[in-house]
Design a protein around this ligand. Sequence first.
Ligand code: ZN
Length: 182
Amino acid sequence: MIKDMILFGKILYEQRLNHSHSGNISIRKGNNILIKRHGAMLGYLTEKDIVHINLHDESKDKLASLEAKVHRAIYLNNPDIKAIAHAHTIYATVISFKNKIIKPIDSEGVFYLPQIPVLSCEQTICSTEVADKIPELISKYKVAIVKTHGTFAGGKTLEEACLYLSVVENASKIIYLNSLQK
Ligand SMILES: [Zn+2]
C-alpha cells in the first residue's frame, strides 16, 4: 500500500496534475486511512510521509493532509471506495469557472466519465461544505471538480482513482483546445 502511494503520488506529479506541494492521496485500510502527510511533496513521498488516521475519529488528524476530512467523508459514504486521489488539474479547473457539469467530447472521456460534475462552494480548501457535498457526487460519477480548486476521484484502487484524474484532465484539455478551433 505504501509503495502504491509513493508510486501514484509520483505519477500524478510527473503528469503535471499537481504542482510541487498540491494534491493528496489515501487508501482505506480497515478502520484506518493511510493518507499523505500535510506539507509533504506528493511527487517525492517516502514512508514517513504516509500518516495513519482513524476512519471514524478525526482527533488524530493533526499530521494528515488538510483534506483528510473530505477523504473520510467519501469513505464513510461509500464502502466500495477504497482509494481517493486529489489533484489541481489545470484545464479541469479552468473549465470549472464557467460550467456546472462537464461532458467530455473525446472517445475515452465519454467511455470512462460521460459526465463530470462541478461543485461550487464558499470555502474550497479544507472545507466542511466540500466534505458534506462531494461524497454523493463521487459515489454517482466517480469524480467531482471543486470549482476553482481541483478534482477528487474515488476508486477500488489508487490506480483507478488516478486513472479518473488523468481522464478528467485529458478530457478537459481536449474541450478547451477544441473551443479554440474555428
Ligand atoms: Zn487541493
